[in-house]
Design a protein around this ligand. Structure first.
Ligand SMILES: NC(=O)c1ccc[n+]([C@@H]2O[C@H](COP(=O)([O-])OP(=O)(O)OC[C@H]3O[C@@H](n4cnc5c(N)ncnc54)[C@H](O)[C@@H]3O)[C@@H](O)[C@H]2O)c1
Length: 345
């Protein structure tokens, strides 16, 4: 029996990620589409071959009337908390888009509601399901690079107006929770924490609005110290003309890099220990990267976790962990100082 999904919010992420993945997953079926703009839901119903009668404009009513086991929460960030709580009360499993929420208090409420209701809560942190990142994770977990000393990351694109032209909420702090740091930083921080398996001890951040005429930052950078002494840094921007996502891990026995725009999205440079900087450097190898995620994407992994009672690929706690780093970064920017983690609850 397939998992029956309701999708709340029929905007860009529903069109580009949730619906293509759920439609392509044999064990899932979309049985409800909800958007306050009926036309948006109808348009996606038509595009994805879903019965027009399965359209609602009120998510609470959909929860009462539709036959759904799980809900994909694809509304703007300020609605994640409210919709997730409603779904948990109705005993529906929840896949919530990133960031889990705007604040740690909201995230805590969502994690608690899912636990009490006995439903699965997963956060859609897309980057973990990029095949290059899956390959990098296996390599880093193998321990072959030895201890990781430093790590870095960069994630950028041209800005939310190029993704969803009709969505002003991205640059309204009260609705989004922040600018590029909240929108892209949450992806990059989650990716670096997951790949490295490390926890941030303290951080220092800066942000600027370099190019866009918006009241939030379009660029931000972070310096991080990890609990095991590793040092790290990362940068996000909405002013990057061609989408890019890159990570670097410098270890005892070599360096691993991932980059979306290269012929080889993952490369490992094994170190030579001759000590002579003029000698050729260690061999560079390019692990094979499959064309698709081994799960078929985040939504497919969530379906698997619901069907087989397995842990979701990105738990609510994982989503909270990335949000805590981003929240600490905003505090650092505001108070112009280093901020220690964990933040007080
Ligand atoms: N995983 C990713 O890579 C990724 C990428 C982009 C966006 N996102 C996240 O997905 C979420 C949605 O982003 P988007 O770009 O699709 O935004 P969007 O503005 O394109 O779509 C949001 C939709 O929600 C609808 N909506 C608003 N209030 C509603 C309500 N009360 N009930 C039902 N529908 C309502 C809007 O009418 C709109 O159609 C955000 O949390 C965003 O951060 C994730």
């Amino acid at each position: 029996m397939p998992v029956r999904f309701g999708i709340v919010g029929c905007g860009k992420v529903a069109e580009r990620l949730a619906l293509p993945q759920l439609n392509g997953c044999a064990q899932a079926r979309v049985t409800a589409l909800v958007d306050t703009k009926r036309e948006a839901a109808r348009r996606l119903a038509e595009q994805f071959g879903i019965d027009r009668r399965l359209v609602w404009t009120d998510w609470r009513r959909m929860l009462r009337e539709a036959e759904v086991d799980a809900v994909a929460v694809c509304v703007p960030n300020f609605l994640h908390y409210e919709v997730t709580l409603g779904c948990c009360r109705a005993k529906k499993h929840v896949m919530v888009e990133k960031p889990i929420a705007r604040t740690l208090q909201e995230a805590d409420g969502m994690i608690d509601a899912a636990r009490r209701a006995g439903v699965r809560l997963m956060v859609e942190q897309t980057q973990r399901f990029d095949p290059a990142h899956e390959v990098a994770k296996a390599l880093l977990d193998s321990g072959r690079l030895g201890r990781i000393h430093t790590l870095r990351g960069r994630l950028g694109h041209a800005g939310p107006e190029y993704w969803s032209r009709t969505s002003p909420w991205y640059t309204r702090r009260a609705q989004s929770g922040g600018g590029a740091l909240m929108d892209l930083g949450i992806h990059l921080v989650d990716l670096l924490l997951w790949l490295s398996g490390k926890s941030v001890k303290r951080l220092c951040a800066s942000a600027a609005t370099i190019e866009k005429r918006v009241p939030v930052e379009d660029t931000a950078s972070l310096l991080m110290e990890f609990t095991d002494g590793t040092l790290g840094s990362c940068e996000v921007s909405w002013t990057t003309r061609v989408y890019e996502v890159m990570t670097w891990f410098q270890g005892e026995r070599g360096k691993l890099t991932t980059a979306n725009d290269r012929a080889h999205p993952v490369s490992v440079q094994w170190a030579r220990t001759t000590g002579d900087p003029n000698k050729p450097r260690g061999a560079e190898v390019y692990p094979e990267v499959p064309r698709a995620s081994r799960w078929g994407g985040a939504y497919a992994q969530f379906v698997d976790s619901v069907l087989h009672a397995r842990p979701p690929g990105v738990s609510g706690e994982d989503g909270r962990r990335a949000l805590e780093v981003v929240t600490a970064a905003y505090r650092s920017i505001q108070e112009r100082c280093w901020v220690e983690l964990p933040l007080a609850r």
